[in-house]
Design a protein around this ligand. Structure first.
Ligand code: 6LW
Length: 534
């Protein structure tokens, strides 16, 4: 039986995995989007279902002033003595920043409020629970002084599990395998056999990304690098290779004793443009001479591998899992429809810098999602009226049936494709100068708005669609009279190599009054997301 990579499509980078009994659990980064730190469950390491998120409560963290690609960076998920632990970092913004730990006894939550570690510098925190009962916290920070630019150091201190505060002396474990290695990060400690192992990414999370490993007879070091480092990289394969930038790995052992690694990788298309962001991949690992061998035989993150040696759970079924919880990993050609008939939004729906419940309502008009217009726009570091989901396929369609009567030309509601404040697309219903109802397509590239299409539309609810055919994103509207094109945008301008940042794209619902006071709202009857990469 084979499985296909990525096992988590779309912008799900920096995966961290743990096993409890026969269940696997995984968390990924989520940056300025909330709920933050999405958590997934699997019985086979291949088919994942989102079961919640660690930062799902109002006020757990303040991301309201976090610029794009800031916020919740790489997390680590571990389980010890009946408790799940996630340690993570808030990066940038005017709110409380730095490293914290949240805990839960149920993976689905509720998760605790953060316990902040104000004396823990850097990013990519991780936890290790040793067999002697000691707990260790480790992370990476810029080396001061570094021997070269962007040299980082992985450091370690004890963790008191009662106070969740650092204790004891600090140890510097690692600065990367290669002389000149930048960004040794994503550290994770393991005990395997007679050694402690330190797994780390290095090379930076772009094209030169790599995985390295070191080992020691003592958890505090000194650590000796694998002479074969890096143990995995695609930087030698060139920019045409279908998967690039692989790194940021985490290891897990199956009940039958197999070893596997989750890690991130990007799949550019239409040029070096990874619109789907850094996605979670799975590779087999074996051990030779006391060192792990990633993807033995090929040393590459392949598009498919023989599946782990335990029964595969049934793949996603749109007919039975339309709640969105299981919609994490639609098959190549899956249709996911949300009629907003439930009492809560599926956790695959995200707000920007705020929980989606802070900017929308499922109760104001039962069976519809209400999006009150706010003055904030996507072009600001603010909290926009935006509820979106990750783009998970290179070819895909996202449609929404919208009921909105604009009161003025400043009011708009419709769809948006978002990378950042300076890079996004919008397709909005608005009012023209003569009060006629119009649909307007706008492309924002490097902070400049360009209207790329518009047209007069009839009154009443209608369907707006973004349809991605490679890097061509078709913006359309549909009425009972048919489907009408509005514009075609070059989405490579939103991709991180051109737009900056290091996220994939979110497609969503968006409403704004462009700074004006308003009491208007837009109602959405249903949305459909259809992957068409088959
Ligand atoms: C994360 C770092 C990285 O903290 O990118 O993949 C940063 N590598 O380890 C954010 O994803």
């Amino acid at each position: 039986m084979m499985f296909s990579n990525p096992v988590l499509r779309g912008c799900y980078p920096d995966p961290s995995v743990t096993r409890v009994g026969s269940d696997y659990f995984l968390v990924t980064s989520s940056f300025e989007y909330l709920p933050g730190l999405p958590i997934f469950r699997s019985a086979d390491l291949v088919n994942w279902v989102q079961v919640g998120a660690a930062i799902a409560g109002e006020g757990q963290v303040d991301l309201s002033t976090v610029p794009s690609s800031g916020g919740l960076y790489a997390a680590t998920l571990r389980h010890h003595d009946g408790t799940f632990y996630i340690t993570n970092t808030v990066v940038h913004g005017e709110g409380r920043k730095g490293n914290f730990i949240v805990t839960a006894t149920d993976i689905a939550g509720p998760w605790s409020d953060p316990v902040w570690l104000d004396d823990a510098a850097g990013i990519d925190p991780s936890l290790f629970f040793d067999a002697d009962g000691r707990a260790w916290f480790h992370a990476t920070r810029l080396a001061e002084p570094g021997e070269w630019p962007e040299q980082t150091e992985v450091w370690l201190r004890g963790l008191d599990l009662t106070t969740l505060q650092l204790v004891g002396p600090e140890y510097i474990l690692w600065t990367g395998a290669l002389i000149g290695a930048v960004w040794a990060e994503g550290p994770h400690l393991y005990r395997v056999g007679e050694y402690y192992y330190l797994l780390a990414a290095e090379g930076g999370t772009e094209h030169n990304h790599a995985v390295s490993i070191a080992r020691s007879e003592s958890v505090t070091g000194p650590y000796v690098g694998n002479p074969g480092n890096p143990v995995l990289t695609h930087r030698t394969l060139g920019r045409e290779y279908p998967v690039v930038g692989v790194g940021h790995a985490d290891l897990v052992q199956t009940p039958s004793g197999e070893w596997w690694s989750v890690l991130l990788g990007s799949r550019p298309y239409g040029g070096y443009f990874p619109n789907l962001g850094r996605e979670t991949h799975l590779v087999p690992v074996t051990w030779e001479d006391g060192w792990p061998v990633f993807a033995p035989g090929t040393g590459r993150v392949e598009a498919s591998f023989a599946a782990p040696n335990h029964p595969l759970a049934p793949p996603f079924d749109a007919a039975t899992d339309a709640s969105g919880f299981a919609a994490t990993n639609l098959p190549d050609t899956g249709v996911l429809r949300d009629d907003f008939d439930g009492e809560t939004l599926a956790p695959t729906w995200n707000g920007v810098r705020a929980q989606p419940t802070a900017v929308s309502s499922l109760t104001a008009r039962p069976g519809w999602l209400r999006l009150p217009l706010v003055p904030a726009t996507l072009a600001e570091v603010a909290v926009p009226a935006f509820v979106g989901r990750r783009q998970q396929h290179q070819n895909a369609r996202f449609s929404a049936h919208i009921d909105f009567a604009p009161g003025s030309g400043s009011e708009g509601a419709g769809l948006a494709v978002r990378q950042s404040e300076d890079a996004h697309l919008t397709l909005l219903i608005t009012a023209g100068d003569s009060g006629e109802r119009r649909v307007v397509a706008t492309s924002r590239v490097r902070g400049l708005d360009t209207v790329i299409g518009d047209g007069v539309i009839p009154a009443g609810p209608l369907t707006l669609t973004v349809r991605a055919a490679g890097q061509d994103y078709h913006l359309e509207y549909e009425t009972s009279s048919g489907i009408f094109p509005v514009a075609v945008a070059d989405a490579s301008e939103l991709s991180s190599p051109r737009a900056g940042g290091f996220l994939g794209l979110w497609w969503g619902l968006y409403a704004t009054s462009h700074g004006a006071a308003t009491s208007a709202h837009a109602d959405i009857d249903w949305t459909e997301y259809v992957g068409a990469d088959g």
